[in-house]
Ligand binder design. Structure first.
Ligand code: NAD
Ligand code: WQD
Length: 344
């Protein structure tokens, strides 16, 4: 079976993707420097799949170590490149940290691919490249708006670097996946999102507030031009997202791609507001989430949700998990985490 390099494979989306790859019989090699994840994630993957993937603690920015890694696992068939920093606010404070980490990692991989005869790469992009789209739901051909943060810019530049490199190298192909808002956790609650410090993203803040780790959730604005005034996003179950990566890899390995670079939105096609998420979470878990409305958060866009038709038609992939099930899974994961960290 094919061997897949998963950079950032102990991270949130990477770990769920590693599980889906292993479940489909792929051999997985994870490269992660644990800058935003924990080595224990490997235990979670092993518990779920019965297989412990190969793991290398390497910084993708370190060209020499990456070169050695490719030599060690000398017949990698495809790369799924998740490794990146992703905190929007931090990227504004430390832009060079983000440009170096996210772009040099990608450049190293693209440079090493031909040397090690790896032809296929899946890239983690983001709906952030669309900014506030003029037309909703947003399709892949929608204009790319000027990036609102250095983080967002690393995704835009990353896509451009891939375009230039793949078209300059005959035989290489890439699938670019633009994720909307991934939430939830594996049904086993053995792996999930592990935010560092105070969460920036909505869902971990909701679950941490529900479990009592945070006093109150701040809802950033209720004066947007939306039905209830709070922002709208397309929240997608991380396992649905992970499955799309397996399909993308299969598509490249079977040479089914129609062009050397294909770009897909990965979302549900459903827009939900912050207040709807809180309300649904409370309904499905029976747990209250203390919250208050505060001012808008700088840089937030009003509303965005995907048109996933292209991925549905071409990849034969559809997000199947309901938001209720997704929120339940996020809550089960938070509860499991609390059990693990409880003093004896
Ligand atoms: P994450 O932080 O949980 O996972 C990223 C992993 O990459 C971490 O384990 C981290 O330790 C590792 N890493 C970072 N820099 C590295 C480096 N230089 N070398 C080796 N390992 C490195 O993040 P995630 O949510 O799983 O995101 C995965 C990818 O998806 C990222 O590229 C992110 O930008 C993108 N993305 C995420 C979201 C989201 O909301 N989570 C949305 C759109 C796109
Ligand atoms: C969702 C909604 C907030 C926290 C970010 C990145 C984006 C992508 C996904 C990687 C917004 C509101 C949040 C809180 C709140 N990542 N909110 N109180 O901003 O859509 O996207 O993550 O590519 O690039 O920008 O996600 O989860 O931070 O926010 O009211 O404490 O929840 O205002 O409307 P966002 P998020």
């Amino acid at each position: 079976m094919a061997k897949i390099l998963v950079t950032g494979g102990t991270g949130y989306i990477g770990s769920h993707t590693a599980v889906e790859l292993i479940n489909k019989g792929y051999e997985v090699v994870i490269v992660d420097n644990l800058s935003n994840s924990n080595i224990d994630v490997l235990n979670g993957i092993e518990k779920i799949t019965g297989v412990r993937p190969a793991f290398e603690n390497i910084d993708c920015v370190d060209y020499v170590s990456m070169d050695r890694m490719f030599e060690k696992y000398n017949d990698i068939d495809a790369i799924i490149h998740f490794a990146a920093f992703k905190a929007v606010g931090e990227s504004v404070e430390k832009p060079l940290l983000y440009y170096r980490n996210n772009l040099v990692s990608l450049i190293n991989l693209l440079q090493l691919m031909p040397m090690h005869k790896v032809n296929n790469i899946v890239f983690s992009s983001s709906c952030t490249v669309y900014g506030q789209p003029d037309i909703l739901p947003v399709v892949e051909s929608a204009p790319i708006k000027p990036a609102a943060s250095p983080y967002g810019n690393t995704k835009q530049i990353g896509e451009e670097i891939i375009h230039d490199t793949i078209y300059a190298n005959q035989g290489y192909q890439s699938i670019i996946l633009r994720y909307f808002n991934p939430i939830g956790a594996h049904a086993s609650a053995e792996i999930g999102e592990l935010p560092n410090g105070v969460p920036n993203n909505l869902l971990p803040f909701v679950t941490q507030t529900a479990i009592g780790l945070r006093k109150q959730l701040s809802v950033f604005g209720n004066d947007y031009n939306t039905p209830d005034g709070s922002c709208i996003r397309d929240y997608i179950h991380v396992v649905d997202l992970a499955k799309a990566h397996v399909i993308a890899v299969e598509r490249m390995l079977k040479k089914l791609t129609k062009s050397r670079i294909e770009t897909f939105n990965l979302g549900t096609g459903i827009g939900l507001s912050v207040l709807e998420i809180i309300d649904t979470f409370e309904k499905v878990t029976g747990v209250k989430v203390p919250h208050k409305i505060v001012g808008r958060r700088d840089g937030d866009i009003e509303k965005v949700w995907a048109d996933p038709t292209y991925a549905n038609d071409v990849l034969g992939w559809v997000a199947t998990e309901s938001v209720e099930e997704t929120l339940r899974s996020a809550w089960a994961w938070e509860q499991n985490l609390a059990q693990r960290t409880k003093p004896e």
